[in-house]
Design a binder for this molecule. Structure first.
Ligand SMILES: CC(C)(COP(=O)(O)OP(=O)(O)OC[C@H]1O[C@@H](n2cnc3c(N)ncnc32)[C@H](O[C@H]2O[C@H](COP(=O)(O)OP(=O)(O)OP(=O)(O)O)[C@@H](O)[C@H]2O)[C@@H]1O)[C@@H](O)C(=O)NCCC(=O)NCCS
Ligand SMILES: Nc1ncnc2[nH]cnc12
Length: 288
């Protein structure tokens, strides 16, 4: 392949990946109704968020995802790649805060989708016609995340406060372990409910994640008992066959009432849902 062709194919792939990333964020935000989360009809347990802000945030992140894909082309997982993606990720966080007037809309999603975007670009640049699976993308993302970022500023984040208090799998471990919640729960749930309408599949995937994820957003605003109660209620709906069954909407309504009463938000599960939508788009488009 000539240099000009190579550069334009890289740009095309990076553009496609970053478009998919933004679409995944938009589709997660617009999925309705979601308990405690912003959706098309309400702001969930958030005084400072709304659907317009979520959409603005998603669109603002396009160039950051594009840069992450470009940075990863032709690269194997390495400390250098980890640090490059981290610098772009921090720039993305800044861009998000500027777009939203300082409200955190997508920090967890920038992390998860940013790593997956870089991993996909890295694999697509060497695969040239070979099969690349969602599993390989998650493995590669995990390997990148496992490298140390020497330039990470010391921040006392909500996640770090929760990690000091409880032994949990937060956003950090989720990525380093190669996204077990996506791999073992979300993607199998997609396959299991594949004959349902798309919005029901996605709500069932969200519930599947909520039944298991140690969501530091929930833990930071409440405690382990509340997280356990959320997990149990979400798991019950899934055990009963999910939201394709009309009678389970009563349980979903109860879960929503509980989440609203406790004023909590499953933001970590929402991020993993958008990461799952992103992987689905990649695998469908690149037929991998
Ligand atoms: C490694 C980082 C993810 C930082 O992690 P850490 O845990 O230290 O930091 P947090 O600031 O707490 O952010 C983590 C966000 O990840 C989401 N999340 C939570 N639990 C999980 C989980 N178990 N698995 C996966 N993901 C999870 C969650 O994001 C969503 O919630 C956000 C709203 O959160 P917040 O504002 O904190 O809470 P609210 O209650 O809404 O606020 P108030 O209204 O009360 O004020 C929302 O944004 C969702 O996205 C957590 O917030 C990583 O970010 C990092 O190191 N970044 C540096 C750059 C980098 O290295 N990038 C690499 C390449 S991209
Ligand atoms: N829809 C949503 N509402 C609130 N926080 C979120 N974080 C990610 N998606 C979210």
């Amino acid at each position: 392949m000539k240099v000009a062709e190579l550069v334009s194919s890289k740009i095309l792939i990076a553009d496609t990946l970053s478009q998919f990333a933004v679409q995944a964020l938009l589709e997660e935000a617009q999925l309705t109704p979601k308990p405690g989360l912003v959706d098309s009809v309400g702001n969930g347990s958030h005084n400072d968020l709304n659907i317009g802000l979520m959409e603005k945030s998603a669109v603002s992140l396009k160039s950051s995802f594009f840069e992450m894909a470009m940075a990863a082309f032709g690269q194997q997982p390495s400390q250098q790649l980890r640090e490059r993606l981290a610098a772009i990720g921090r720039y993305g966080e800044q861009t998000m805060l500027e777009a939203t007037g300082n409200v955190n809309t997508h920090k967890g999603a920038i992390w998860a989708i940013g790593l997956l975007c870089g991993a996909a670009a890295s694999l697509l640049s060497v695969a040239a016609g070979q099969v690349v699976t969602a599993g390989q993308i998650m493995d590669t993302a995990g390997k990148i995340a496992a490298f140390n970022d020497r330039y990470m500023p010391l921040q006392y984040t909500k996640g770090s406060k929760v990690r000091n208090k409880y032994s949990v799998r937060s956003a950090r471990e989720e990525a380093i372990e190669g996204f077990p919640s996506l791999r073992n729960l979300a993607l199998p749930a997609w396959a299991k409910y594949c004959n349902e309408p798309e919005h029901i599949i996605r709500l069932n995937v969200l519930l599947t994640l909520m039944a298991s994820v140690d969501d530091t957003c929930i833990l930071h605003r409440s405690n382990m008992d509340v997280l356990r109660a959320v997990k149990q209620q979400a798991a019950l709906i899934i055990r009963n066959g999910g939201l394709g069954h009309a009678e389970n909407w009563i349980l979903y309504l109860k879960l929503d009432e509980y989440i609203t009463a406790k004023w909590i938000s499953p933001g970590g599960s929402a991020d993993l849902l958008s990461a799952g939508i992103f992987l689905q788009k990649i695998t469908q488009h690149f037929k991998i």
